[in-house]
Design a protein around this ligand. Sequence first.
Ligand SMILES: CC(C)(COP(=O)(O)OP(=O)(O)OC[C@H]1O[C@@H](n2cnc3c(N)ncnc32)[C@H](O)[C@@H]1OP(=O)(O)O)[C@@H](O)C(=O)NCCC(=O)NCCS
Length: 184
Amino acid sequence: MTIQTEMHNVRGLQVLLRPVQVEDAEATLRIVGDIAAEGGMFLIIPAELRTAEQQRNVLAGISPNDAFIVAEVDGELVGFVDIHRGHLAKLRHTATLGIGVAAAYRSRGIGSLLLLAAERWARQVGVKRLNFGVFATNERAVKAYLRCGYQQEGCMRRQIREGDQYLDEYWMGKWLGDDTDPQS
Ligand SMILES: CC(C)(COP(=O)(O)OP(=O)(O)OC[C@H]1O[C@@H](n2cnc3c(N)ncnc32)[C@H](O)[C@@H]1OP(=O)(O)O)[C@@H](O)C(=O)NCCC(=O)NCCS
C-alpha cells in the first residue's frame, strides 16, 4: 500500500506528510536521539541509538507490512510515525506504532496528524487494532492519544526503569473496526 504525499494545514502551519526515504536516516535519528536525551518519553537511551548506516539499512528495507511516515515543515523533518504490523497469523490484524515530534513543533497538532495518517494506512491494509505503550508520566502523549480515540486499556506497574525510578507504562489501544460488531 503506497503512502500518499500530502500537504495539511494544521492550525496555520503547512505540514507535508510523506513516506520516509533512505536520505532521512540522519534526520530521523536526530529526532529520536533528541527525544531519548530528553528522557521520560522513549524506552531507548542515547547509547542504544542506531548508527546512520544502520538506520539507512532499516529505512531501505521497510517491508510492505510496515509503514514509516514523516512530517516536514518548510523542508525540515519535524516528526515521524512508524507502524509495524503483527507477523504471526493471530496478530495480523494488529499493529504497533512509535511516534515522535521535534520539541519545537509539539502541541501544534502534528502528532495528531501523524496518528491519523498511521490509522489511514492501517485501515487500508486491513489492520483492525493499533496498540502501544506510553510512559504514564507522559501527559502530552497520553492526551494526544485519548483525543485521537485511543483508550487506556491497562497499566503495567513499574514496567520502566528510568534513572533510579520505576515508572508505570500505560497500554493504549484503538479498535478500527465497528465496535458494535465483534466480527468486524
Ligand atoms: C507525543 C507527541 C508525538 C504528540 O505530538 P504533538 O504534536 O505534541 O501532539 P498534538 O499537538 O497533536 O497534541 C498534543 C495534545 O497535548 C496537549 N498538551 C500539550 N502540552 C501538554 C502537557 N504538558 N501536558 C498535557 N497535555 C499537553 C496539547 O494541548 C494537545 O491537546 P489539544 O490539541 O487538545 O490541546 C509529541 O509530543 C512527542 O513527540 N513527544 C515526545 C516523544 C513522545 O513522547 N513520543 C510518544 C512516546 S509513546
